[in-house]
Design a protein around this ligand. Structure first.
Ligand code: ADP
Ligand code: ZN
Length: 594
């Protein structure tokens, strides 16, 4: 938006608006001819699920845009900002046998050519067309799911776990079932419900299920769809959305990722932020505009309550907050059971065990895991999904696909094996660590190898000793390089970064050092601290890592034999699991030392 405002200044007051309108119209026209009218936009999570669905006929990748053509002819578009994620996604489409094409599509090229050849005339003609389509587009930006024939209605029963969360939504459901009665009985109608939590935890699913339970239409829009190139478009979209909501009420309006529109106002003076402020103001006006009997509940999801404008959270707006947590082991099991229903799975597969080895997975990731496992099984021609498929799928979801075709040279493999064995040795020797589940020297994603320790339970309380042992374990790789290889490799950089972050957190935020209970955070808005204190924090954190590295070196020194055995086995088998890891170490070497 910056360039446009510069234009405005240079052109002066009178000519400015007119020219800007013309440019706007022309750009809209070009933009519209590039984006086909049938496209719908989808989230990254939905996008990642498409390769396995078998319902995709082709994919065009144009910069960050993935245009996916479904077998039915319908087109959807998803934006993937991260280059690595893009690459991984393209790989997965390719693996699923879907044709992937790069670059802009022919329509886009011809549209640009036309715009270049006949500038003024085309501008005027397109201008008229654009204005009409532009109005249509404003309406087409949110979807009324209850009218869509294809999507099966989601009920609360389809949302696994989260009993408490569902409980807290029942009031909204009751209200929507009968708004007048609710008002008469003197209940204060819930107007806005903010669902907060990590991506993929089922916030959209819950909102949709609430609409089904109440038997009302579900209007959804993504917060980012209100951010547009052109001043005023966002605000007018908000208006259109709520006009539609009033027409079909009672209903639920769902705004996904509301932080895109709901970020605090008045930051920055350019026209883009002025537009943002205008959009947010419009949203506030709309939310204040309906009374108790209108029967509209606005639900919104976000992972960043902290950046929201405080005005959004005031009474009468989003005054109810519902935290949607990552699922615990029981929740994970229930989610797995829901998503395993349509898949053929071998009888001996224990979903309770799968739930145990997936701490930190979101509902979306669990769904994705089963989906990946089904694909692996299908590709192998297996009749049902077995444990091996699930294990492999889990690793994929965790760390990105294996770089199968990369041959690392023997020296590099050896160094990687020593490094990983160092992590294992320290993990086995430290009294407060989680059991080592798996160690591998197969390259995955960006990491050369991996050592996984599994928490036995989801830890809510981390103790000082546990965190210290974590740092020692992270430094175990580097320790083995130093003690056994007599050198250092770049492969430890990620470990070092994580150890340093953890140490700093212990010193600066958790009060777990000789500096005592201090709170020194980098977050903006925190009181500033003296340079002297900051230096001492850095120095104390550094010493903490240093001490744990020394401890790791000692542990490695005492376990050379076990490490040698483990290295040997790793070079043979690439990956080891469970007891075959611990068996490399003698009883003496497995003793936990302080
Ligand atoms: P969010 O809106 O929080 O990012 P979504 O609601 O889009 O997450 O969830 C993405 C997908 O993950 C859902 O469509 C569903 O398949 C799966 N999922 C997430 N949580 C659950 C759950 N509790 N039960 C069943 N499926 C879930
Ligand atoms: Zn490492």
């Amino acid at each position: 938006m910056g360039w446009l405002s510069k234009f405005e200044k240079r052109l002066g007051r009178a000519a400015g608006p007119v020219l800007v309108v013309i440019i706007m119209v022309a750009l809209t026209a070009i933009g519209l001819s590039v984006r086909s009218g049938r496209e719908g936009s989808i989230s990254y999570t939905e996008l990642t699920r498409l390769p396995g669905s078998g319902l995709v006929s082709e994919v065009h990748v144009d910069g960050e845009r993935f245009m996916v053509k479904r077998t039915g002819g319908e087109e959807v578009v998803g934006i993937v900002g991260d280059a690595d994620a893009r690459r991984a996604l393209v790989d997965r489409f390719a693996e699923a046998g879907v044709a992937v094409e790069y670059g802009a599509r022919e329509e886009a090229a011809s549209a640009r050519a036309a715009a270049a050849v006949a500038p003024i005339l085309a501008m005027l003609v397109l201008g008229g067309v654009a204005l009409t389509v532009y109005r249509k587009r404003n309406r087409g930006h949110f979807t009324e799911l209850s009218k869509g024939p294809k999507t099966a209605p989601v009920r609360f029963a389809d949302v696994a776990g989260m009993e408490e969360v569902k409980e807290s939504l029942t009031e909204a459901v009751e209200f929507l079932k009968n708004p007048e009665r609710f008002g008469r009985l003197g209940g204060r109608a819930p107007r806005g419900v903010l669902l907060t939590g990590e991506p993929g935890t089922g916030k959209t699913l819950l909102a949709r299920a609430a609409a089904t339970e109440a038997g009302v239409p579900f209007l959804s829009a993504s917060g980012s769809s209100f951010q547009e190139m052109f001043v005023g478009v966002g605000a007018s979209r908000v208006r259109t959305l709520f006009a539609e909501a009033r027409r079909v009420a009672p209903c639920i309006v769902f705004i996904d990722e509301i932080d895109a529109v709901g970020r605090s106002r008045g930051k920055g003076g350019d026209s883009a932020s002025a537009d943002h402020d205008q959009t947010l103001n419009q949203l506030l006006v709309e939310m204040d505009g309906f009374d108790h009997t209108t029967g509209i509940v606005v639900m919104a999801s976000t992972n960043r309550v902290d950046v929201l404008d405080p005005a959004l959270l005031r009474p009468g707006r989003f005054d109810r907050q519902v935290v949607v947590p990552l699922p615990d082991v029981r929740g994970r099991r229930e989610i797995l059971e829901v998503h395993a229903r349509p898949i053929a799975i071998q009888d001996n597969v224990d979903l309770a065990h799968v739930a145990k080895v997936t701490p930190g997975f979101s509902g979306a990731e669990l769904a994705n895991l089963l989906n990946e496992a089904a694909i692996l099984a299908a590709r192998e021609g297996a009749e049902a999904v077995d444990h091996a498929h699930i294990d492999k799928a889990r690793d994929r979801v965790l760390m990105g696909a294996e770089r199968k075709n990369v041959l690392i040279d023997p020296e590099e493999r050896f160094a990687t094996a020593v490094h990983e064995a160092g992590h294992v040795a320290v993990a086995l020797a430290s009294p407060n660590t989680d059991p080592v589940h798996k160690v591998s020297i197969l390259p995955r994603g960006r990491a050369l190898g991996v050592t996984q320790a599994l928490p036995e339970k989801d830890r809510l309380m981390y103790r000082k000793e546990y965190l210290e042992d974590q740092i020692a374990m992270l430094m175990g790789g580097r320790a083995a390089e130093m003690v056994i290889l007599g050198t250092m490799t770049a492969g430890a950089s990620d470990d070092i970064q994580r150890a340093a972050n953890l140490a700093r957190k212990m010193v600066a935020e958790l009060g777990m050092s000789e500096l005592g209970p201090i709170s020194v955070s980098d977050m903006p808005g925190q009181p500033s601290h003296s340079a002297g204190l900051l230096d001492r924090v850095d120095e104390t954190a550094r010493q903490l890592v240093e001490r744990q590295l020394a401890r790791a070196c000692k542990i490695v020194e005492e376990r050379r034999e076990g490490i040698a055995k483990l290295v040997e086995r790793l070079l043979e088998e690439d990956t080891l699991v469970g007891e075959s890891i611990t068996n490399c170490f003698s009883a003496e070497e497995q003793k936990r030392t302080g």
